[in-house]
Ligand binder design. Structure first.
Ligand code: TRP
Ligand code: SF4
Length: 328
C-alpha cells in the first residue's frame, strides 16, 4: 500500500444519498487500496454551531453508524474523532502564523456561506480559519490523497497553498495533498435542488423503505411535463438524474428515455420501475445497521481504538514539525 488517504465529515447526523455518491463511494473504493483515516470533524461543526453544540455527540454517533453500515471497516481504516487528537489544534496554531489573511478572505466557500447562512453569526475567528484547521487535519497525517465532494475543492486548494508555504519556510516536511473528487453525477433532492439536509429534501440511507418509496413517488420530475399526455425530458428530471442513472440498467434507461420523450409512459410508472432497485441497494445496509445498533458501546469503542492509532501518527508528525521549526 502506497500513500495515505484522509477524509473527514462534519457530524450532521444521518447520511443521505448525496453523501453516499458524492464521497462515501470513494471512501469504500480507497479503503481497498490505501491506508485510510476517516474522522468526525466535530471541531469544524463548532465553527457554525458553537451556540448549540448539544446535538454534535448524537449526530456523530449516527454518522459513524452509517459509515459502518455501508462498509467502512474499522479493521482496515482508522476511524476517529478530531477532538480526541490535540495535535490537530497544535498544528492549526502553527499554520495560523503563516497563513495570510487575504487567502482566507477570498475563499469562495467562505464568502458564499457568509451570504447564505443568515441565522447564525459567522463573524468569528474560527469560521474564517476553517480551512487552516482543515489543512492541519490533513497534513498532521502526512496524507497524500483527500477524497471529498466538489464543494470542498476550494478548501483543498488552500490546503495545498498553505502546505507549500510551510515547506518553503521550514523545509520539506509535508507532502502536498491531492484532491480526489467522485466522478458521480449530481445527486438531487426531492425538490430538485442539490440534496442537502438543510434543504429538507433528502432521502436518508436509514429511511424506512416506506419513507423512501413515499419520497421518491412525490419527488420532482421534469416540471414541463404537467399532464400525463405531455412529453418529457429525462435529462432535466431530478428523479431520472439521481435514481435511474445510478440504479437502473441500460435496458430500463432506454425504456424511460423512449417512453418519456413520447409520453408512452407516465411518471408514476417510471418511478415505480426504479424504486425496487433503490430498496435492494438499501436492504443490506439497513440490516447491517440494525445489527450494529444492538451494541450500544460499539461506536465509542471503535472511536477509542481509532484515536489511539491516529494519535501515534499525529504525534510523530508533530515531533518532525517542532524540530523543523526550531521548537524542540
Ligand atoms: N470540511 C469538510 C466538510 O465540510 C470536513 C473536513 C474537515 C475535512 N477537515 C477535513 C474533509 C479534512 C477532508 C479533509 O465536509
Ligand atoms: Fe422523469 Fe420518468 Fe417522468 Fe420522464 S417519465 S419526467 S424521466 S419521472
Amino acid at each position: 500500500m502506497q500513500g495515505r488517504v484522509l477524509s473527514g465529515m462534519r457530524p450532521t447526523g444521518k447520511l443521505h444519498f448525496g453523501h453516499y455518491h458524492g464521497v462515501l463511494a470513494n471512501w469504500l473504493k480507497l479503503q481497498e487500496e490505501y491506508e485510510c483515516f476517516f474522522f468526525i470533524a466535530d471541531w469544524h461543526a463548532l465553527t457554525t454551531d458553537y451556540a448549540a453544540p448539544q446535538s454534535i455527540a448524537e449526530n456523530s454517533r449516527q454518522m459513524v453508524l452509517d459509515w459502518l453500515s455501508i462498509g467502512i471497516d474499522p479493521a482496515r481504516s482508522t476511524i476517529f474523532r478530531q477532538s480526541s487528537i490535540p495535535a490537530h489544534a497544535e498544528l492549526f496554531v502553527l499554520l495560523s502564523m503563516i497563513t495570510p489573511l487575504p487567502w482566507l478572505e477570498r475563499n469562495p466557500t467562505y464568502k458564499e456561506q457568509m451570504q447564505e447562512i443568515r441565522d447564525k453569526d459567522l463573524h468569528t475567528f474560527g469560521f474564517l480559519g476553517y480551512p487552516v484547521l482543515q489543512t492541519a487535519d490533513i497534513i498532521v497525517y502526512k496524507a497524500n490523497k483527500v477524497p471529498v465532494g466538489l464543494d470542498q475543492a476550494p478548501h483543498l486548494e488552500l490546503s495545498r497553498e498553505i502546505t507549500r508555504r510551510f515547506n518553503n519556510f521550514y523545509g520539506p516536511v509535508f507532502p502536498e495533498p491531492e484532491t480526489i473528487l467522485t466522478a458521480s453525477p449530481k445527486v438531487l433532492g426531492t425538490d430538485g435542488r442539490k440534496m442537502s439536509k438543510s434543504y429538507n429534501n433528502s432521502i436518508f440511507l436509514s429511511d424506512p423503505p416506506e419513507a423512501v418509496e413515499q419520497k421518491m413517488l412525490t419527488m420532482m420530475t421534469d416540471t414541463a411535463r404537467k399532464r400525463r399526455t405531455d412529453t418529457g425530458n429525462p435529462d432535466v428530471c431530478p428523479l431520472f438524474i439521481t435514481f435511474h442513472t445510478l440504479y437502473s440498467d441500460g435496458k430500463t434507461i432506454e425504456w424511460v428515455r423512449e417512453g418519456c420523450a413520447t409520453a408512452a409512459i407516465g411518471c408514476m410508472e417510471c418511478k415505480r420501475s426504479v424504486i425496487p432497485k433503490v430498496l435492494d441497494f438499501l436492504r443490506p445496509i439497513q440490516e447491517k445497521r440494525r445489527e450494529l445498533e444492538k451494541d450500544p458501546s460499539l461506536v465509542s469503542s471503535i472511536l477509542e481504538a481509532g484515536s489511539k492509532k491516529a494519535s501515534l501518527v499525529a504525534s510523530e508528525t508533530m515531533a518532525h514539525v517542532r524540530s523543523a521549526m526550531g521548537l524542540s
